[in-house]
Design a protein around this ligand. Structure first.
Ligand code: ADP
Ligand code: MG
Length: 337
């Protein structure tokens, strides 16, 4: 017998025991695995949750809890639902101060910060004009309608009182819409839910907004950035990420074309028109609420001005695809010289 054969030789009783142990292991609850669930229909988008689990039942329970939390956010923040808290605010906040939930109050405060950081490019009152667009049905307001509604677009019209936890609109005609941060926020909430169950390696995505906690056992997660003008699945680059959030806004999501002009769902708060100064913007940072909010800036301000802002923010990196298809990267992503 050669030494090599010796090493691989297993007397049959031991071999049998090992096989039995393996079979038992496959069915036991201690079996560890990556668990992934994809769900359509919450916030009109696709939700993906993936996590490393040593207990399948607990993983399923945690994912159920994530989806429940996202449903709750959809119910309270969607402007498509007249009963939502945000719809109630739009109906009544011009009449006087209105007490709102802590959750909504905090998100409105966060939105205001993003307006300040982005020179007003991010502005939830875009909806004062934005509500007249219907991208699915190719409906847009005419110039007179835009001009009439435009004075109501300004984040400074949203008056927040932290002590009383109230919101008030300083004038009539103001409407808010959290569509620019709600998905990112729901991803952050989803991650919090998974953490509360004790999971330390996970990925949560809602449409173009994702966040990752932990790594894949010594390896990063690899997130692909879609090429805006190519088929789904084709990417311009892949980014390795650990403990980070990433959001992509693209002009290929929800748009229509008329007379050669591309109208899509990011609105320039200064003009009330569809803002299309880039093809896509990807923002990387610590929280998905933040990366979601900041990814709109490039469309409104253009690639150079937006990159200046991203480069000023220590916790943010970005990849912008210009209208001509060229790509620019923030300082943190440039190769070392
Ligand atoms: P998605 O809705 O697929 O996440 P984006 O992250 O690009 O896409 O966000 C686009 C959404 O942001 C719009 O549908 C609208 O609800 C909202 N929005 C549009 N313009 C602005 C703006 N100037 N400031 C803040 N939010 C905006
Ligand atoms: Mg988004």
């Amino acid at each position: 017998m050669t030494s090599n054969a010796k090493r691989t030789y297993i007397p049959w009783p031991v071999g049998f025991a090992a096989a039995a142990w393996l079979l038992a292991g496959a069915a036991s609850p201690a079996h560890a695995e990556w668990v992934r669930r994809v769900t359509d229909g919450i916030m009109g988008t696709r939700i993906t949750v993936e996590l490393w689990s040593e207990d399948r039942a607990k993983a399923d329970e945690a994912i159920d809890a994530v989806l429940k939390e996202m449903n709750h956010i959809d119910e309270s923040m969607s402007t498509y639902k007249p009963s939502s808290e945000v719809s109630q605010v739009n109906a009544r906040a011009a009449d006087g101060p209105m007490r709102i939930s802590k959750e909504l109050f905090d998100l409105l405060s966060t939105a205001q910060q993003y307006s300040q950081i982005t020179d007003g490019a991010f502005d939830i009152t875009y909806a004062s004009v934005g509500y007249m667009y219907d991208f699915r049905n190719h409906v847009r307001p005419n110039e007179a309608q835009i001009a009439k509604a435009l004075p109501a677009v300004n984040y400074r019209h949203v008056l927040l009182d932290a002590k009383k936890q109230t919101v008030r609109f300083s004038q009539r005609g103001v409407r808010i819409d959290l569509g620019g941060i709600a998905k990112g926020y729901s991803v952050d909430r989803g991650i919090e839910v998974l953490k509360s169950y004790g999971f330390t390696r996970a990925y949560v995505a809602a449409g173009g907004d994702s966040r990752i906690i932990g790594d894949r056992f010594g390896k990063p997660w690899i997130v692909g950035i879609r090429d805006p003008r190519k088929e789904e699945g084709q990417v311009i680059t892949r980014i390795p990420l650990v403990d980070a959030a990433i959001s992509t806004s693209g002009d290929y999501e929800r748009y229509f074309e008329e007379d050669g002009v591309r109208y899509h769902h990011i609105i320039d708060p200064k003009t009330g028109h569809s803002a299309s100064k880039v093809r896509s913007a990807t923002v990387i940072g610590p929280y998905a609420t933040r990366t979601d909010g900041l990814s709109k800036t490039a469309f409104v301000l253009g690639p150079e001005k937006a990159m200046e802002i991203y480069n000023r923010l220590d916790d943010i990196d970005a990849i912008i695809v210009r209208l001509d298809g060229t790509v620019i990267y923030s300082k943190g992503l440039e190769p070392a010289k």
